[in-house]
Ligand binder design. Structure first.
Ligand code: ATP
Length: 319
């Protein structure tokens, strides 16, 4: 392995930069050349590829986003795009690739493996919806961003005695809503994985008010319902004043937490080690505090299990 390429793809996630830094520095430490591909798979197709040195990843460990930029590449899904990508990989003498992104990006990695380019995936998505790992890079930061917002909204919610509905990201999964809801002390957490009854949500709000509660926080994952829809229903059923906050892209930005930086550093280094050892088509993950390695093909056919125990606990504690 003389030269390793690195790219970030799909939605950005805080901590991607820390992973890029780890890959670049580990390569240089081990005497391997490293090339950065700009704008994900699009950069492979256009040949937007540059040599990375120690300095090129200086001062980025604490920054959100990705210095390599990211993109969704429709062209890479075509045979023609893939052929062009392989031509450029060969032209730049890249022997293996580290691909940082979500499950879509890993499907791209699988294609490259099939075409003879050893590729390793590092899970980075705030949704945390990738099987084979407890955490994806960016999730912890996103949860902490939501908690910060909940804290602020609590202050104003209490002062005005209002119901606050907070819509968070999670089209197909409620991981952010679940953890932020539990840590933020939300009264109800609505996620795509669990069917909810708006009347029960309202009953709980009414019970709270009857015993003198000054506010209620309802967390809604975007895939479960619209925050505005839930707010209207609560207003109609309870008659209480409601406010909605849709967090959107705020959740994707910001300085990565210590957990995300450490995770990214460990995963980046491990990905390089795997390529050095002749491995391909693998994804680095973390289970408990242990770094683990799985086949990409196995990961991509699994759905990450929702944690019903935590969901139940949140219900018990918000009685
Ligand atoms: P996020 O979880 O943030 O959405 P992601 O990696 O899942 O991240 P996608 O947009 O699904 O994001 O995928 C990123 C890119 O991976 C796509 O734009 C495309 O270039 C490539 N890709 C996805 N699926 C395939 C596939 N089946 N074959 C080849 N390339 C693919």
């Amino acid at each position: 392995m003389n030269t390793i390429g690195i790219l970030t793809s799909g939605g950005d996630a805080p901590g991607m930069n820390a992973a890029i830094r780890a890959v670049v520095r580990k390569c240089i430490y081990d005497g391997i050349n490293v090339k950065g591909i700009i704008r994900g798979f699009n950069g492979l197709i256009s040949g937007d590829i540059k040599t990375m040195d120690i300095g090129s990843v200086a001062d980025i460990i604490h920054r959100g986003g990705t210095i390599l930029l990211t993109a969704r590449s429709e062209k890479f899904k075509t045979e023609e795009g893939q052929k062009k990508a392989v031509e450029n990989i060969k032209k730049h003498k890249i022997d293996g690739l580290v691909i940082i992104g979500g499950d879509g990006s890993f499907r791209g990695a699988q294609v490259l493996n099939r075409l003879g380019i050893p590729s390793i995936g590092i899970p980075a998505t705030i949704d945390n919806d990738i099987a084979g790992t407890d955490y994806s890079i960016g999730f912890d930061t996103a949860v902490n961003t939501v908690i910060d917002v909940i804290n602020k909204i609590r202050d104003t919610a209490t002062s005005h005695e209002r119901i606050n509905v907070i819509e968070v990201m999670g089209r197909d999964s409620g991981f952010i809503a679940l953890e932020a809801g539990l840590a933020g002390g939300a009264e109800s957490i609505l996620v795509p994985e669990v069917k909810f009854d708006i009347n029960k949500v309202c009953d709980k709000i009414i019970r709270g008010y009857q015993r003198g509660k000054l506010h209620s926080i309802i967390i809604v994952a975007e895939g479960a319902a619209s925050g505005f829809g839930i707010s209207e229903s609560i207003k109609t059923i309870t008659g209480f004043e409601t406010r909605v906050t849709v967090l959107g892209h705020i959740q994707r930005g910001g300085n990565p937490t210590a957990l995300d930086r450490v995770l990214a550093s460990r995963m980046g280094s491990k990905a390089v080690e795997l390529l050095e050892n002749g491995e391909e088509n693998k994804m680095v993950g973390v289970i408990g505090r242990q770094i683990v390695v799985n086949d990409l093909s196995e990961i991509l056919v699994q759905k990450k299990e929702f944690n019903y125990d935590i969901y139940k606990l949140a219900e018990v504690l918000s009685i």
